[in-house]
Design a protein around this ligand. Sequence first.
Ligand code: LLP
Length: 414
Amino acid sequence: MSAFVLRQGILHAEEVSLADIADRFGTPCWVYSRRALEAALDEFQSELGGIDALVCYAIKANSNLAVLDVLARRGAGFDIVSGGELKRVLAAGADPRRIVFSGVGKSAGEMELALQAGILCFNVESAAELDRLDSVAGALGKVAPISLRVNPDVDARTHPYVSTGLKENKFGVAYEDALPLYRHASRRRNLRVGGIDCHIGSQLLDSAPFVEALDKILLLVDRLAAEGIALEHIDLGGGLGIRYRDEVPPTVKDYLQPMLARLRQRQLRVLLEPGRRLVGNAGVLLTRVEYLKPGDVKSFAIVDAAMNDLARPALYGSWHEIVPVVPHPGAVRPWEIVGPVCESGDFLGRGRELALAAGDLLAVMSAGAYSMSMSSNYNSRPRAAEVMIDGSQAHLVRRRETIEELYALENRLP
Ligand code: LLP
């Protein structure tokens, strides 16, 4: 059941009214539900019961310390893609031995940080990165645990910007290069081959491409074993989609079962890197209507959140449901829900059939993933506050930025 429901005519997050949250913390404001986060993780954990598995939450989806803390306490590991994300998860109290490090452009400095911390595995994405990691580890007198992220050349059938498992994408090692590169890695003194990894894209609504990719990866696992390179784990990446509008994504069970069936007879630890599925529907963006500007061609509702807060509609044409916090009667008409930013691409929703009045509060739904984490200060707009709801409690987990903070790092010329 969703954590965001109408009670006595007011949209609530768990037991707290979103109208009260707006009064207390102001708008725009991100609101997360602890219960929804835990339920999403539990869905994975329960399907994986009895299997040697680790769910490594891809923190790029939402890296607020409180979100990380909630998931870490429930047994999650983490997938990171930068030194910044590493420091964040460590600050949230995560166990470094439950961290995997993905990404095509790891710097030597980031590799050092991760080696010093003692992470579980580097997901290496190229031959050049492998050599750099070998020498960085050597200089520190360490051995780097690695897996190769293999690009299986499988069509994830999702938005081209978030499709990553095709040959034309920058990600991973080409399938046919994987075997020679594993041989090379197994001979390097400062590397320890631990696993194999694959991530084909995001917001997948069909489980078939995952299975197709896994079958190709398992062929490699078998070939490697025949050569005496025995892997300890297989990382299936993330990518499972959520419902934004009327999509019907697979259940976690339907997504995992065909893959687990193939893995059951093997001695491989299973790693997963879900991001969106854990946090996407656990958050909303709360915003207030500043002005209504009805017109002949289009009618605009100008709200106090904008593309700098939620970039997904402008960037990918993504659809987020927008609902009134206190639904009221009135003439319904199609509204363009737009922000104050000076671009025509600054919209949160188009042609939304709503009865609106100035001052109304709106909730932009499914805004827990790739929302605050992709926000910016464009137009010198302070980033919005983040609030975590836990039952009847509302915790401020990131205060709103002040305007002074936006230019605090800058200097005028002498
Ligand atoms: N693992 C790796 C290596 C990834 O690159 C990603 C996401 C994930 C795991 C998690 O994928 P998920 O389970 O969240 O689909 N900004 C876009 C999504 C970008 C996804 C990037 N990589 C959006 O707003 O839709």
